[in-house]
Design a protein around this ligand. Structure first.
Ligand code: R1P
Ligand code: URA
Length: 292
């Protein structure tokens, strides 16, 4: 049987780099920070002791460098889980597929992938400018139903409780749920609120915001805020985490998502200086990541 991955499936450019990211296998570290905003890549890498390389194609900017002896790549994903499908598959290909033979390697590498993003809080007690670490991702986007994956019993129970408590409009989302990497999560306890992060397929109606037009599910926010199962509650929502946790499950990588809270949807507040909140999260996050 020919297991060689065809040119149409894994696209390698003339530089020997993967199609969307324009990064070569030797240019990627095994500890990776993903950010939504391409401009945030430089805001992270300015803290590196040494920058080894900078790469860019479309909205995908990558800087690889070192903090002390720790090699780190920071990669921008743009917005949404459709982009996460691209980024996570290409990051995985860079370490787990031999670009010369186009065969999956016999020894697989598990990357550490940490999303560092912004988010909206769904609990009154989680103020703007505070930090959240996502113990679980609950996907209301439509990426993960395209992949086959296994859930743990605990994940199935939590998802079942969510389906029972939260009304989703007919024909809408097919929710999925994944736990964070416990190994990574353990490092991010001090100074973080922790809870379930809901990943939405948009910023406005899918997050209960309406400027003009009418919501099909006007109780969505109240339903998410009120959800509780054992000690679990929904802390926040954003637009990438379930894709990262889900693809991490499918491909065997350790994934975590940390967020600076820029909006509190219950108090109806937005951060006066979201940039400062993100800068503080970058400093705190890098301090932890460099020591892992
Ligand atoms: C929406 O404004 C964007 O901000 C959040 C959401 O997930 C979405 O990508 O994250 P980033 O600040 O990392 O982009
Ligand atoms: N990012 C989101 O996706 N939602 C918010 O409310 C804030 C940041």
């Amino acid at each position: 049987m020919d297991n060689r991955i065809a040119e149409s499936e894994l696209i390698i450019n003339s530089r020997g780099a993967v199609y969307h990211l324009d990064v070569r296998p030797d240019e990627l570290a095994h500890t990776i920070i993903t950010v939504g905003d391409p401009d945030r890549v430089g805001a992270v890498s300015q803290h590196f002791d040494k920058i080894e390389g900078k790469y860019q194609h479309r909205e995908f900017v990558t800087h690889t460098g070192y903090i002390g002896s720790k090699r780190i790549s920071v990669v921008s994903t743009g917005i949404g889980t459709d982009n996460i499908d691209i980024v996570l598959n290409e990051l995985d290909a860079l370490v787990n597929i031999d670009f010369n033979t186009r065969l999956v390697k016999s020894e697989l590498t598990a990357l550490q992938i940490i999303r560092l993003g912004t988010s909206g809080a769904l609990q009154e007690s989680i103020p703007v400018d505070s930090f959240v670490v996502s113990s679980h991702a609950l996907g209301l986007d439509n990426l993960m139903p395209y992949y086959a994956f296994e859930n743990t019993t605990a994940e199935k129970q939590l998802l079942e409780a969510f389906r029972g408590q939260v009304f989703l409009q007919p024909g809408g989302a097919n929710p999925c749920l994944f736990e964070a990497s416990a190994k990574l999560h353990d490092h991010f306890m001090d100074g973080f609120h922790t809870g379930i992060t809901v990943t939405c397929p948009g910023f406005y109606a899918p997050q209960g915001r309406v400027l003009r037009g009418t919501l099909s599910n006007p109780n969505l926010i109240d339903n998410l805020t009120g959800f509780s199962y054992e000690s679990h509650r929904i802390t926040n929502f954003e637009m990438e985490t379930s894709g990262i946790y889900g693809m991490g499950r499918v491909l065997g990588h350790e994934c975590l998502s940390i967020s600076a809270i820029v909006a509190n949807r219950i108090r109806k507040e937005f951060s006066k200086d979201g940039g400062a909140a993100v800068a503080a999260l970058i400093e705190k996050g890098l301090g932890i990541i460099a020591a892992i």
